[in-house]
Design a protein around this ligand. Structure first.
Ligand SMILES: Cc1cc2nc3c(=O)[nH]c(=O)nc-3n(C[C@H](O)[C@H](O)[C@H](O)COP(=O)(O)O)c2cc1C
Length: 462
């Protein structure tokens, strides 16, 4: 007798039921997506107001980029910023030349390919080489690092936009497999575009409990804002991170804020220490809002939270600012609180015996604002820092900034680059722009593009 199963009505019915359940499930997922999209669209339309609209363009294969484009539009409209959401399939060169600001949400598909709806844009608009000198843009690049060509289309689009003369509003944000931390970082960047600083996080970080163990003013008597050394230890266990990583802090309201308002969104800070320190150290500038209240995150960390008290904290890996191999010479450039990210790298390099380091640091006045001066001097004495260039802007009649120190040292800079050096920049966006422009003058646009392409020009600018 054969062992083949006998086809019975009962079996057929079961099979039909399984298929039916599956079809219903798929339909419900698709319906839910469509409903969510429609609701977002309706809310976006309801919120749309006049003025110079920001164009939000999505290049999407399976719909994730499109969802995020609508969410992005909604977030902007909370700040009364008019937006227009468009598929890249409908985007023309005229749209780009007649708009001042555009935000792209672009995924990558296949083996590093553009999504299908982008075919015409890639084939025609990109080839036509329009002049985008009047355009500023932000770019959210979706991908999955298990593919060799990670975020390839987003990177390609970014390179094309800068080649055409468009100016980035902030550095490209890359999202690996839907990483929520990276999406919160995008939201954080959007706050600069929308002017809304308290929009709730799209997803709440899975915070760990940490303890604030030390808080010390780094610049007593400064003409500038207070800068604090803030140290935190995990409430239980140990934590791991790499130089270049970032913390997300869950701030609480200050005493001048009604307690029943929703919890503020996360705030981000560059980590200034390494795990061997046993603690996370930050350099936090106390910010003041136009109405005189302290900044959400900085008020919490530098004014309101008790030393010894709990802090909600999550470490976010920031691969874009991870270290080069120790054998490479490293030029570290930063101003103000930007020293934080550079300090983590210097600590890691010191521990690895990597001594070809050149620090370029700027602040207002040497007497008050030379953060962690004793450490920098000890690194110099101990051979960890081969060279230090300081730009204290207010210590002489004319203002001197880090980019001026770079220009003065142009020959040495070229020499270091010829020896394989990497350039790491940390700090405010304006400093980042000025440094980028000066580096391009010194090294040339092609060399900068090559450095970027090879991961030897990296930035943590905010
Ligand atoms: C068939 C397929 C191929 C993909 N190829 C890449 C790739 O080469 N590089 C990459 O970074 N991501 C790749 N991804 C990941 C997508 O970019 C990621 O899932 C993105 O969030 C999809 O966004 P979308 O729904 O807007 O298309 C691929 C995904 C799929 C399904």
């Amino acid at each position: 007798m054969s062992d083949l199963p006998v086809l019975t009505w009962e079996r057929l019915l079961w099979a039909a039921a399984v298929v039916l359940v599956y079809v219903l499930f798929c339909t419900s997922v698709a319906l839910r997506r469509a409903l969510l999209r429609r609701r977002a669209r309706q809310e976006a339309d309801a919120l749309a107001v006049g003025g110079e609209a920001v164009l939000v363009v999505y290049a999407s294969q399976t719909g994730f980029a499109e969802d995020l484009a609508w969410k992005t539009a909604k977030t902007l409209q909370m700040g009364k910023v008019a937006t227009r959401v468009l598929s890249i399939a409908d985007l023309t060169a005229d749209d780009l030349t007649s708009t001042k600001r555009v935000l792209f949400v672009a995924s990558t598909t296949g083996e590093g390919d553009a999504p299908d709806p982008a075919a015409r844009f890639v084939g025609r608009v990109m080839k036509a080489e329009p002049d985008l000198g009047g355009l500023s843009y932000g770019l959210l690049s979706l991908g999955d690092s298990s593919y060799v060509q990670f975020c390839a289309f987003g990177r390609h689009l970014d390179a094309w936009l800068t080649e055409r003369g468009a100016a980035p509003l902030f550095d490209r944000v890359e999202v690996d497999d839907g990483d929520e931390g990276a999406l919160r970082h995008w939201q954080h960047q959007l706050s600069a575009v929308s002017g809304v600083i308290d929009a709730p996080d799209w997803s709440r970080p899975a915070y760990d409990r940490w303890r604030l163990v030390e808080r010390r003013l780094l610049n007593p008597g400064s003409q500038g804002g207070e800068a604090w050394h803030v140290a935190l230890e995990p409430a239980e266990g140990t934590a791991a991170w790499a130089a270049g990583d970032i913390v997300e802090i869950g701030a609480r309201h200050g005493p001048d804020e009604p307690a029943d308002t929703p919890a503020p969104p996360h705030r981000e800070y560059s980590i200034a220490s390494v795990p061997q320190d046993g603690r996370i150290e930050l350099i936090v500038r106390t910010m003041t809002r136009p109405d005189g209240r302290f900044g959400v995150g900085s008020g919490w960390l530098t004014k309101y939270a008790d030393v010894g008290g709990d802090i909600e904290l999550r470490i976010r890996a920031n691969r874009a600012f991870h270290a080069p191999e120790p054998s490479r010479p490293l030029i570290l450039i930063g101003a103000g609180t930007g020293l934080a990210g550079l300090r983590a790298h210097l600590k890691a390099r010191a521990a690895a015996g990597a001594n070809r380091n050149w620090l370029v640091f700027g602040e207002r006045s040497a007497a008050q604002d030379y953060f962690h001066q004793h450490e920098v001097e000890a690194w110099t004495a101990g051979g960890v820092l081969e060279r230090v260039s300081l730009a204290f802007s207010r210590d002489q009649a004319e203002r001197v900034y880090v980019q001026h120190r770079l220009a003065e040292a142009a020959d040495d800079l070229r020499l270091w680059i010829s020896q394989g050096a990497a350039i790491y920049v940390c700090g405010g966006i304006e400093m980042g722009k000025a440094v980028g422009a000066t580096l391009t003058e010194i090294l040339g646009a092609q060399a900068m593009a090559d450095l970027t392409e090879n991961g030897l020009y990296r930035r943590d600018v905010y």
